[in-house]
Design a protein around this ligand. Structure first.
Ligand SMILES: [Zn+2]
Ligand SMILES: [Zn+2]
Length: 169
């Protein structure tokens, strides 16, 4: 086990081992970058991973992302209109809010906590289109405008956190 730059028991090492993957410096560098930059694009991850491992090639980053996504160490998401993005938050069945204007992506916890948290309704004629399916995931993307992009409401009764002064007595 090389000891340069990697501490034993680092979270990345453990995630790789638990997934049955060999622990390599490129994988650790890329996984660290994904953890530090949730929902980042491959290009952004190349820059971020090179900050810790300058010798990383583009191909090494692509390979590490593919292998780790296949093994479930990272999650690959691709909202329509976007390039693929990666995150290290896996296996919690969380969902995403995506802003139509700026493309920002925000995690939202799964209300149920486990997949599939949503199952199809019956059709209007009473038949069940999911009959016979073994469902294991509902991938939910909420689309809209983020607070920065949404038009400001005409007037806001209270701005920011309410003052505590009134409750001092
Ligand atoms: Zn936005
Ligand atoms: Zn996410």
């Amino acid at each position: 086990m090389p000891t340069d730059g990697t501490r034993e028991g680092a979270p990345g090492e453990r995630a790789l081992r638990d997934a049955g993957l060999r622990v390599t410096r490129p994988r650790l560098a890329v996984l660290g970058a994904v953890g530090d930059h949730p929902h980042a694009t491959t290009d952004a991850l190349i820059s971020a991973a090179r900050a810790s491992l300058p010798s990383l090639s583009h191909q090494a980053v692509y390979d590490a992302l593919r292998v780790m996504a296949d093994a479930g160490v990272v999650r690959r998401i691709q909202p329509r209109g976007s390039v693929a993005r990666y995150e290290a938050r896996v296996a919690d069945n969380h969902h995403h809010l995506v802003c139509r204007a700026c493309g920002s992506i925000t995690d939202v916890d799964c209300a149920v906590g486990e997949a599939p948290c949503l199952v199809p309704d019956r059709s209007a004629d009473g038949t069940d289109p999911a009959a016979g399916y073994v469902l294991d995931e509902a991938e939910i993307t909420f689309w809209g405008l983020c607070p920065a992009c949404a038009p400001a409401p005409a007037s806001r009764p209270e701005q920011g956190p309410a003052s505590r002064e009134a409750h001092r007595d």
